[in-house]
Design a protein around this ligand. Structure first.
Ligand SMILES: [Zn+2]
Length: 385
């Protein structure tokens, strides 16, 4: 079958030292680790009239569901087609040149019944999506439930949309034994199933599961993690959580739709110099003032272009409408982060190639806590070709 992904090859890698995957897709080959921009980030571009494209090979269209609202798909007239319309508003312009995936975001205590699951799959099959996400039924679904869900929908998706690939998701927030059993089960499908999704949860709490994922990284699957929080906002200088996972064999990453006020960036009337802004020297998300030198932004990405911050703020005011200037700067900051984080992955990819990812982690304030004594061992498995 002429699937959208022809093959997935490990080009370079070592357990807990990151890996480089070569994903040979019909839409073009690319290497990992890298970032997939989301519909939230595409909307930010629209909000402030920024036309330059994101050049990433994969995009994720995210839709957030409040408790119970997934049932609207089969209980409310017009809902299903409205959701398809929202997806295709982004997907139609991307589908010929990119891998386009979908991620339904809902609370972790959500239990999906048969109708919910079928609706979430159908909305993707009927939209311009070529990587179909299959969520887990519930937080601690048993291995049997997991298997049945996968087998059922794998067959269904193959018959309905043979060119698309299926990405079954594993919740990072689950019992470590269960997580490992599910990974082992998926390992048997190496070569036929090409992609695995991970639903993000705290890398500190669920470290055993990340460790299991790292030991799985000699397997040739494309591993994508969705719903990553931009940062751990509890720390005084929030570190970018997006960049932690590459060490554990996660190839591509995308950020969750922030809850209102949830990304620490939306408070009205906050001094604009306190806008959170990704700093790639540190891999943290401190106030933008730390990335301004002599009045100019130090970043040279397509939206920052080392511009004078005051002039930039004045310039952005014309898109303000009835939104606060903080919200506008927040959109600006998200767009910067897509470019800057993607470029930063090009740097870390080079460091993986040099077998140097741990040294890279040690150099970065936001990553150094994720180097443990374990990583200083010399007897780790190399699985590079
Ligand atoms: Zn920038």
């Amino acid at each position: 079958m002429k699937s959208v992904i022809k093959d997935v090859k490990i080009e370079e890698g070592e357990e807990l030292k990151g890996r480089i995957l070569n994903i040979h897709a019909k839409t073009g080959s690319f290497k990992t680790p890298t970032k997939a921009p989301t519909s939230t980030e595409l909307n930010a571009k629209k909000n402030i009239g920024f036309d330059d494209p994101f050049l990433n090979p994969i995009f994720e269209i995210t839709q957030r569901f409040s408790p119970g609202s997934i049932s609207n798909f089969y209980k409310t007239n017009g809902y299903h087609s409205r959701k398809i319309g929202e997806i295709n508003a982004h997907a139609d312009t991307l589908i010929n040149r990119n891998l386009v995936k979908y991620f339904p975001q809902f609370r972790k205590d959500t239990i999906l019944n048969d109708d919910d699951m079928l609706s979430l799959v159908d909305v993707q099959l009927e939209s311009n999506i070529n990587v179909i996400s299959l969520p887990e039924l519930k937080e601690d679904a048993s291995l049997i439930e997991f298997k049945n869900n996968l087998e059922r929908y794998w067959k269904y998706c193959e018959s309905e949309k043979p060119e698309a690939i299926l990405m079954p998701y594993l919740n990072l927030s689950q019992d470590p034994d269960l997580f490992r059993e599910k990974l082992n089960y998926l390992a048997d499908y190496e070569g036929s199933l090409q992609a695995i999704g991970i639903k993000f949860a705290s890398p500190n709490t669920y470290r055993p599961n990340l460790r299991a994922l790292a030991s799985f990284s000699d397997k040739e699957f494309w591993v994508h993690c969705s719903s990553i929080k931009r940062a751990n906002w509890n720390s005084s200088i929030p570190s970018s959580q997006l960049h932690i996972l590459q060490k554990f064999g996660v190839d591509t990453v995308s950020i969750e739709i922030p809850m209102a006020m949830g990304d620490g960036n939306n408070a009205k009337d906050k001094p604009i110099l306190k806008t959170k802004y990704f700093n790639n020297d540190k891999i943290t998300i401190p106030s933008i003032e730390e990335s301004i030198h002599d009045g100019n932004l130090i970043c040279n990405c397509p939206i920052c272009r080392q511009r004078n911050f005051n002039e930039l703020t004045e310039d952005l005011k014309r898109y303000q409408g009835n939104r606060s200037i903080n919200a506008i700067l927040n959109d600006f900051s998200k767009i910067h982060e897509v470019y800057a984080a993607t470029s930063e992955f090009e740097i870390s990819r080079q460091r993986i190639k040099e077998g140097d990812l741990n040294k890279y982690f040690k150099e970065k304030e936001g990553l150094k806590d994720y180097v443990s004594a374990e990583e200083n061992q010399t007897s780790l498995n190399s699985f590079s070709n």
